[in-house]
Design a protein around this ligand. Structure first.
Ligand code: GLN
Length: 494
């Protein structure tokens, strides 16, 4: 017999179901960040060293496509769960696909590698948005524990993001890349076991898809799904035909370029459609305009912040002294533990800080501007690191430690604030979609991040890192100028 949610305090004062979701997401992020910590290293490692031997341009194009698609697919993933599967099944199927994906990567063949990436992309699209949606459903509408519940959940994300980049690089870089990928799959396997065993604590949260009031609605959604799948299949067939007939031979870079055009068109079409679709009141229009500005700011932020797994990991591998205190050289992917470690340490500090500041705390656009500047400052440090290592010297690991610390300070001002602000600003009839918009910003940001990292060998490093300083300081300054007008446009939302 399950306890009604408001009386259930079985997990640190929160509903016991939160524990199920906490550990599922912990293991999922273990697999995601663990594998990601070695992905670019594997792509660019020489064939003799067991890698794929791609140059940095090709490697980062694949990296950009992968990290961008993972977040992009949360748009259809959320929709499919809402309308057809229900969130619970979506998370289960997603987790299974992710696990299979990592195990497929463990097979040493290029075909297996690309198949594995596709499986993880689809699986994460199903799992990531929907698991957070179930967290929200564990609480009644007026339950004060909701925000704290999400903070706890964000901790789970980062515990996973801390452990994965310890285990996978250790096995991947030191023993065999494929063993590193297999470890990610085993992590997801643990996550699935405990998701299935803990399902009983979730009550009916996310158990059923939304009911359609009007049966015609149901038919319309089914037609959209069929049309979507049909278009995807036809497009894939057309592209394959062009490729094999030699009319338009596909290279990874060409796919990445074309994907970029589509990706940039998506928000333009989406927001234009949103503005035109309905008659919004002036207050609603102001709020939607704010969402557009915050969306752009977040995309700039992620474009810089997400150098973590790409250019900063290459820098860790090639230019950082990784022999400390007489120990043998540690894996370059280990640096990926730092952002998660700082998140775990700083999240409670920031939670305290915002409560402490109360009404005196900066508004959300101001926090976004601060976040952008902080991530930019991290790259000022990296410009120093680049000049210190310009002659090919391996420099102290503290440069990267300082950079990641600044980056996470920035993340704390932007990432947890972002989603809650988006959902508060969104007119109620489109709140669900705003979670998707948030991930869309991450998708665009990750794409730009990966493509710019492709300049790692063609630009002098201080210039590459300087570019991120310009981008983030520029975006931060524009946003800072807009804080006042935006606050007026937000129509009462702080
Ligand atoms: N680090 C967080 C996670 O992995 C946020 C990622 C994002 O929104 N881009 O879930």
């Amino acid at each position: 017999m399950s306890v009604p949610a408001q009386y259930d305090k079985g997990f640190f004062g929160h509903p016991k179901g939160l524990s199920t979701l906490f550990f599922t997401e912990l293991w999922e992020r273990f697999s995601y960040y663990g594998m990601r910590a070695i992905l670019l290293l594997y792509l660019t490692a020489a064939v003799a060293d067991g890698g794929l031997g791609f140059d940095v341009g090709k490697g980062t194009s694949i990296y950009a496509l992968y990290t961008s698609m993972v977040y992009l697919l949360s748009l259809p993933g959320g929709w499919v769960a809402d309308r057809f599967l229900g969130q619970r099944k979506a998370v289960l199927y997603g987790g299974i696909l992710i696990m299979l994906g990592h195990f497929t990567l463990a097979i040493p063949a290029v075909e297996a590698f690309f198949t594995g990436l596709v499986l993880i992309v689809v699986g994460t699209g199903l799992l990531k948005p929907n698991i957070s949606a179930i967290v929200g459903q564990l609480y009644h509408e007026n339950d004060d524990r909701r925000d704290a519940g999400f903070s706890l959940f964000y901790m789970g994300i980062n515990f996973g993001a801390l452990a994965g980049p310890f285990v996978c690089p250790l096995l991947g870089e030191n023993v065999d890349w494929h063993l590193g990928f297999a470890a990610a799959g085993i992590g997801m396997f643990f996550g699935l076991i405990q998701y299935v065993r803990g399902a009983k604590y979730l009550g009916d949260a996310g158990a059923e898809p939304e009911k359609f009031e009007d049966p015609r609605e149901a038919g319309r959604h089914r037609r959209i799904l069929t049309a979507g799948i049909a278009i995807a299949v036809i497009a894939a067939a057309a592209v394959a035909a062009l490729h094999f007939s030699g009319i338009f031979v596909l290279t990874v870079e060409r796919i990445a370029d074309s994907f970029g055009f589509i990706l940039f068109a998506i928000p333009v079409v989406f927001f234009a459609g949103l503005f035109l679709a309905e008659k919004w009141t002036p207050v609603e229009k102001g709020r939607l305009a704010t969402i557009v500005v915050l969306f752009l700011a977040a995309a700039f932020f992620w474009a810089a912040y997400e150098q973590a797994g790409s250019s900063l990991t290459l820098f860790a591998e090639r230019s950082t002294d990784r022999e400390v205190w007489g120990f043998p050289e540690f894996p370059a992917g280990w640096f990926q533990q730092l952002p998660a470690l700082f998140c775990v340490i700083l999240a409670p500090v920031f939670a305290w800080l915002w409560v402490r500041l109360g009404r005196k705390q900066p508004s959300s656009p101001a926090k976004f501007a601060i976040g952008l500047v902080l991530v930019g400052l991290g790259f000022v440090v990296m410009m120093g690191a680049a000049s210190a290592s310009a002659a090919g010297a391996r420099i102290s690991l503290w440069w990267l430690v300082a950079t990641y610390f600044l980056h996470v300070l920035g993340e704390m001002c932007l990432s947890p604030v972002g989603l809650s602000t988006m959902t508060k600003l969104a007119p109620t009839r489109v709140t669900g979609m705003m979670m998707g918009v948030w991930f869309l910003a991450a998708s665009v940001g990750n794409y730009v991040a990966g493509r710019l990292a492709g300049q790692y060998e063609s630009l002098p490093l201080w210039q590459l890192f300087g570019l991120f300083v310009l981008l983030t300081f520029g975006a931060g300054a524009v946003l800072a100028l807009l804080v006042r007008p935006i606050r007026r446009m937000m129509g009462g939302v702080h």
